[in-house]
Design a protein around this ligand. Sequence first.
Ligand code: NAD
Ligand code: MG
Length: 382
Amino acid sequence: MTKVCILGATGSIGRQALEVCREMGYSVEGVTANSDYEGLAAICKEYKPRFAAIADRDKSEKFKDLVQGTVTFCGSEGLLECIRKSNADITVNGIVGSAGILPTIESMKISKRVALANKESLVAAGKLIMKTAVERGVELIPVDSEHSAIFQCLEGNRNNEIDEIYLTASGGPFREFSSEQLKGVTREMALEHPNWVMGSKITIDSATMMNKGLEVIEARWLFDVDYRKIKVLVHPQSIVHSMVGFQDGSIIAQLGAPDMRVPIQYSLTYPKRMCNNFRKLDIYKLGELNFQAPDMKIFRCLGLAYEAGMEGNSMPCVMNAANEEAVRAFLSGYITFTDIPVIIEKVMDMHNPVEADSIEMILEQDRLARRRTHKIIKEDLN
Ligand code: NAD
Ligand code: MG
């Protein structure tokens, strides 16, 4: 039986991954979460994993009290221990943010396959992660719907040069907003995504289009393509999950209902496609599919991500950390929606990129950028 460890099990990706494991008859060996000890304890009761870890140490005792028959760990080191002890064939990383970097690296030492939803790992530490995957012979299978689509479009085409990758984007809830209108965006407005129900951080990233920016960098590493070949295409229906153009002029696309369980399932069962009871696309009822270029002036975050990616070295890591902190500040009501790109740009302007090949260096740059972001937010508030 395939053994799976699910990191970020209480989150949107984590819960859907649990559901898929149950459907596929896979055994859930390990589960982790940040601070939702009650949610994680309920998961332990239902799925009976052998190991579980809660990253927030303050919740450790309360968590232990609720769990029976599962060995528990706590703290970020406990989370890594849970990965090791689970010794799973596949680890799914559904942690949000750069907190997922170390777990991604640890998973690659243990599992033959890592199903990666945590795009921030690749943004901040893409070079190191791809190198580790090659050295250890680990399959890194994307969970992100666009990257799963590209991965599928490349099946049977791995030796053909990619001409262009078309990364589709719903455009988020403010797709047709002007710069002026964006100024009036509230937290509640930004948390309403038209096509997907996701965690709060990625929902805000989708509204600013930073999510697509992070995905451009994610695609650069996963598929080893130059940034100039990665094009973003606004496609409001979220039916075409992405496309790949080849030198002969053919463009291959992957289509499906917007349901994350499909790419999660594929990351677990690849190269097999398995039956499921998820809603299928009714191609006769689709109607129009539209595609247009994004407005990078209005959605500045997307432009910033391209700039950070092309600059390379530690810049994407710094941009990612600044974004995480700016989004946190927006969700807490300290800054406005349109402050987010302004703050990220200031942090990027202050940063002199350094080589970021080691995990220590990456984590150090991540910490430094967060401190700078806090300082800028405080100064701007005064
Ligand atoms: P979420 O907020 O719903 O869940 C995040 C999970 O990570 C939770 O289980 C939480 O406990 C855990 N976590 C948070 N901080 C942590 C920390 N410091 N240490 C350890 N664990 C921590 O987020 P989500 O929407 O499931 O997204 C998870 C990742 O998947 C993100 O990188 C996101 O960009 C990516 N992703 C999500 C979707 C989606 O549909 N939700 C789609 C594509 C990609
Ligand atoms: Mg995506």
